[in-house]
Write a protein that binds this ligand. Structure first.
Ligand code: AGP
Length: 367
């Protein structure tokens, strides 16, 4: 069937804007917003009875999995082993047939991820596929298909598939927490209610388009960009860097903010903007010190934060993007948006082929 761009310049732009709706569809598949609990799901394993969860994926899907690890460990006290698929099956990690493995893929066809899936199946593990294409090979070869309801994603740079993968993972972590008794029914209801607010907040963030477009014009003048974040904003920093490099061809790196002083700080000067993803969470103050270290070396800071963060950040920035204050569990979903928009507009200013960047394919079917 045919998918068109509507009145948008690129598929990527259209797909960024579809996110509130697609996140909403995806969440509604897994949770009952009225009752505030998880919907019944026919899982081939019991979250309460497994000791570990393995997750494997590539690229942006891998970074979604990495955020999932924080959630499963935080809400369900379930240890997660995660690796990029091309490393996963070669590093001889111990696997148990009593455990489950999740594979995350927009296409459901990525060769490395599929090979990891088959490797875990051989080890006797129960297999869940978080895929956007329900007729895909991964869907067929898994014990349970956990769909993202993002609709067809055409732009090579993954946007709505990513936030829908996060939506699925967040609901699964809450479900796992309830099953394992690490969160109470009351907490489950609160988390489900917080998840239900994601589409509304995502809509609000899309309205920051003009500010982000102006900033992108500025950013397109640089050759190198560093992204920093802590906790779930660390994978998001890597996702920001991945997005920027793949469509604008500007060199970018994502680092855990705490690692700055262990190497990358040597790169800081006025020619390397540092994008800091830092909502006002329990480790915000630590990230403020990292920003001070950057500022002291003449580095230019672009801070992506919330209202409380903007009020407490005692540092001079080149630009501050202020998002609404959002509940912790939906923070990675909401903060993904400004990062995608910034990469998108930067690429538009660079004049690259945004939907079909050079050397890349939408789905990588060779190992
Ligand atoms: C994302 O922007 C990339 N184009 C790429 O990293 C992608 O996420 C990766 O190739 C995995 O693809 P999949 O989700 O279809 O498996």
């Amino acid at each position: 069937f045919m998918v068109d761009k509507g009145n948008r310049r690129h598929f990527m732009e259209k797909e960024i804007h579809e996110q509130p709706e697609m996140i909403s569809h995806t969440l509604a598949h897994y949770v009952d917003f009225v009752g505030g609990v998880s919907k019944p799901l026919d899982l081939p394993f019991d979250f309460a009875k497994i000791d570990r969860l393995a997750i494997s994926a590539c690229g942006t899907a891998y970074l979604a999995g990495l955020i999932g690890k924080y959630w499963f460990e935080r809400y369900a006290r379930l240890p997660v082993d995660i690796d990029v698929a091309s490393e996963f099956r070669y590093r001889e990690m111990p696997l148990s047939n009593k455990d489950a493995a999740f594979f995350i893929s927009q296409s459901g066809e990525t060769a490395d991820t599929l090979a990891s899936l088959r490797y875990c199946r051989k080890a006797g593990m129960k297999i869940g596929a978080i895929v956007n294409v329900r007729e895909s090979t991964m869907a067929r070869e898994s014990d349970v298909v956990l769909p993202t309801l993002a609709g067809p994603e055409i732009g090579v740079a993954s946007t709505k598939a990513f936030t829908c993968q996060l939506s699925v993972l967040a609901t699964l972590a809450v479900r796992a927490g309830a099953a394992r008794g690490t969160i109470s029914l009351e907490q489950e209801k609160t988390l489900v209610r917080e998840l239900s607010e994601a589409p509304r907040f995502a809509n609000q963030v899309l309205k920051l388009e003009d500010q982000i477009e102006k900033l992108a014009r500025e950013l397109s003048r640089y050759k190198h960009v560093l992204y920093l974040g802590r906790d779930t904003n660390f994978p998001l920093a890597m996702e920001g860097a991945l997005k920027l490099k793949e469509i604008s061809y500007i060199h970018a790196e994502g680092y855990a903010a705490g690692e700055l002083k262990h190497g990358p700080i040597a790169l800081i000067d006025e020619n390397m903007p540092v994008i800091v993803i830092a909502p006002h969470d329990r480790i915000f103050e630590k990230t403020v010190s990292n920003m001070q270290e950057v500022a002291a070396r003449g580095g230019k800071i672009i801070l992506i934060t919330d209202q409380r963060g903007a009020a407490h950040a005692t540092v001079e920035t080149m630009e501050t993007i202020v998002l609404p204050d959002v509940p912790e569990i939906i923070s990675p979903i909401i903060y993904a948006l400004p990062i995608q928009m910034l990469a998108y507009f930067t690429a538009v200013f660079m004049g690259t082929d945004v939907d079909q960047p050079r050397n890349l394919a939408k789905s990588v079917t060779v190992e």
